[in-house]
Design a protein around this ligand. Structure first.
Ligand SMILES: *Cc1c(COP(=O)(O)O)cnc(C)c1O
Length: 400
């Protein structure tokens, strides 16, 4: 059986590591070192000249980091992966590599708050402009593409509204014009969606979320074709330097082993919580890709294996009700981030998307009563009990 043919559940545990090269250590060793020694001055010179394979310095490459990158390249069905010190280090590396001053970026209407901030900074400092688009039809995408469009940047599901973008449609339009497509695949993890298989060019992950899965690492990943990845590695990654630490790479290798099991449970739990929220009288709207009544349901079926573990919902009332509700929760923790074992809830308008001006927020569909719940791995009965108590508290307060 060749390595590439191994099933996902096996690859998350074994791919990219062989114990015989590492003193038969079952667990991948942590190479916690900044630099590597050369046998001789000549060997150092050969390594720098690229005439001899081998490690030089951990900002350029490191064995523990390489194991992680090899594993993720396979899991995302790409050729090569690069690991970064944060999701934003990965996002900025790819956007800064693919653009030059006065270029243009087409972006999904709705992106991670700091990606929005980065696009603004690129416009202010380098005149790299951008347009947001709902991207729901070919016309909508085509209408914002310009002669200087350097890339199309897409999030799906979109944070926090859970809207989906049809990746095959984006690829169709982009391929006709030779424009690379970048997809932030954080909400799905490589287990639920593989944009490279659909024809997208580069996948971005905040590995802080499902890939790490335990709320103890900040990290980012890029996956794509070898030549593109080498281009990013030898420019923005090397010279801006947002590389991952060997220890964080080691933690991700550890977290990855249970990714499929965790994702299955996140998805199962989310289905149960969705049904509960959907029928709750204090809930105005629920946004969840697995909602059969959602207009994006067919896109979910076409490009995702399951609907994921995130649910956003609008509570009846306003910002204060949303905050009261959060303050009444005990088991579910108030925190940004997602994809951890713990259920987490946050208020996008004042937290993850507070940097987005209110006018833009409205266009993105982020109201003051919207809450985003990352469904954890706890028993659904306990999660529902917690939600139930918080809803009752809010109701009592409203009646007073
Ligand atoms: C968290 C997140 C990021 C940023 O990742 P960091 O690891 O926090 O830098 C980017 N995109 C999405 C969708 C995220 O959820």
């Amino acid at each position: 059986m060749t390595k590439g043919k191994r099933k996902f559940e096996t690859a998350v545990i074994h791919h990219g590591y062989s114990s015989e090269n590492h003193s038969d250590s079952l667990a991948p060793p942590l190479y916690q070192t900044s630099t590597f020694t050369f046998d001789s001055a000549e060997q150092g010179a050969r390594r720098f000249a690229g005439e001899e394979e081998g490690y030089i310095y951990s900002r350029l490459s490191n064995p523990t980091v390489n194991m992680l990158e090899e594993r993720l390249a396979l899991l995302e069905r790409g050729e090569k992966a690069l690991a970064f010190s944060s999701g934003m280090a990965a996002v900025s590396a790819v956007l800064l590599t693919l653009t030059k001053a006065s270029d243009h970026i087409v972006c999904s209407q709705g992106v991670y708050g700091c990606t929005f901030g980065l696009l603004q900074m690129m416009e202010e400092k380098y005149n790299i402009t951008h347009d947001f688009s709902n991207m729901s039809t070919r016309e909508e995408i085509e209408s914002v593409i310009q002669p200087n469009t350097a890339c199309i940047y897409v999030e799906t599901p979109i944070n926090p509204t859970m809207k989906l973008i049809d990746l095959s449609l984006i690829v169709e339009v982009a391929k006709e014009r030779g424009i690379p497509v970048i997809v932030d695949n954080t909400f799905c993890s490589p287990y639920l969606q593989n944009p490279l298989e659909i024809g997208c060019d580069i996948v971005v992950h905040s590995a802080t979320k499902y890939i790490g899965g335990h709320g103890d690492v900040i990290a980012g990943i890029l996956v794509g074709k070898t030549d593109r990845m080498i281009d990013i590695q030898s420019t923005t990654q090397k010279d801006i330097g947002g590389v991952i630490s060997p220890f964080d790479a080691w933690l991700l290798l550890r977290g990855l082993k249970t990714l499929p099991i965790r994702m299955d449970r996140h998805c199962e739990n989310a289905e149960v919580i969705f049904a509960y929220l959907k029928s709750h009288p204090l809930v105005e709207q629920v946004y969840y890709p697995g909602d059969p009544d959602s207009e994006d349901y067919s896109i979910m079926k076409a490009q995702m294996r399951k609907a994921g573990g995130l649910i956003s919902f609008e509570i009846k009332g306003g910002k204060e009700t949303a905050q009261q509700f959060m303050n009444s929760l005990k088991l579910i923790k108030i925190a940004v981030s997602l994809g951890d074992a713990e259920s987490l809830i946050q208020h996008p308008a004042t937290m993850t998307h507070a940097v987005v001006p209110s006018e833009e927020r409205e266009k993105m569909g982020i109201s003051d009563r919207l809450l985003r719940l990352s469904v954890g791995l706890e028993a659904t009965d306990d999660i529902i009990n917690d939600l139930d108590r918080a809803f009752s508290t809010v109701l009592t307060m409203q009646e007073c």
